[in-house]
Design a protein around this ligand. Structure first.
Ligand code: 5GP
Length: 178
């Protein structure tokens, strides 16, 4: 299937402004503390790098990669860890940095898994949220934008490993431009 991404849902400037605001909220939340950002690979990597440079508190970063079984666009629900964190999180203030919450199954799994390792606190920031698609109850602590039920790419998000480098968020539309 070939696809084109004609429609911009969120421009680079809109994202930039919102990331700045989120960084302010998060810096206020963690004032006087050090926060460990847990960046969920690969989609959140652009968001995490923009966000961390704007935080006004001490920051560490670690990476985790998870995968739903199957390669369908829709999440299947089963989650497995492809890359785990490098270090212990016991007693640390964790902020999971995610690109998008869809059914909520991925973050539900990640949060339960990380909470069992006894961090001091655990919160979630997501750039995008599609609340209409939820299969499990999940509310991110910080959210950039709530969006309708579109499949989106760009700013780190992919379709079949393509489009991650687009500076804005685009709606993926069927087309013939490749
Ligand atoms: P959930 O477990 O919440 O259904 O899915 C979360 C994961 O599904 C995201 O981290 C992302 O990898 C993928 N995903 C969900 N919706 C979209 C979308 O609109 N675009 C892209 N590129 N990935 C999505």
């Amino acid at each position: 299937m070939k696809n084109s991404t004609q429609k911009v849902l969120l421009s680079e400037a809109q994202i930039d402004r919102r990331v700045e605001e989120l960084a302010g909220e998060i810096s206020a939340e963690y004032r006087g503390k050090k926060v460990l950002l847990v960046c969920v690979l690969k989609g959140a990597v652009v968001f995490a790098s923009d966000l961390m440079r704007r935080l006004k508190v001490a920051v560490e970063i670690d990476f985790m990669a998870v995968s739903s079984y199957g390669s369908e666009t829709a999440s299947s629900g089963a989650v497995r860890i492809l890359k785990d964190l490098d270090s212990s999180i016991r007693g640390k203030d964790l902020l999971i940095v995610e690109d998008i919450v869809d059914t909520g199954l991925t973050l539900d799994y990640i949060c339960k898994n990380l909470l069992s390792r006894k961090p001091s606190s655990l919160k979630v920031v997501t750039l995008l949220d599609k609340p209409a698609r939820r299969k499990v109850e999940f509310t991110p602590d910080f959210c950039g934008f709530e969006i309708p039920d579109y499949f989106v790419v760009g700013y780190g998000l992919d379709f079949d490993e393509n489009y991650r480098q687009l500076p804005g968020i685009h709606i993926l539309q069927p087309g013939n431009k490749g």
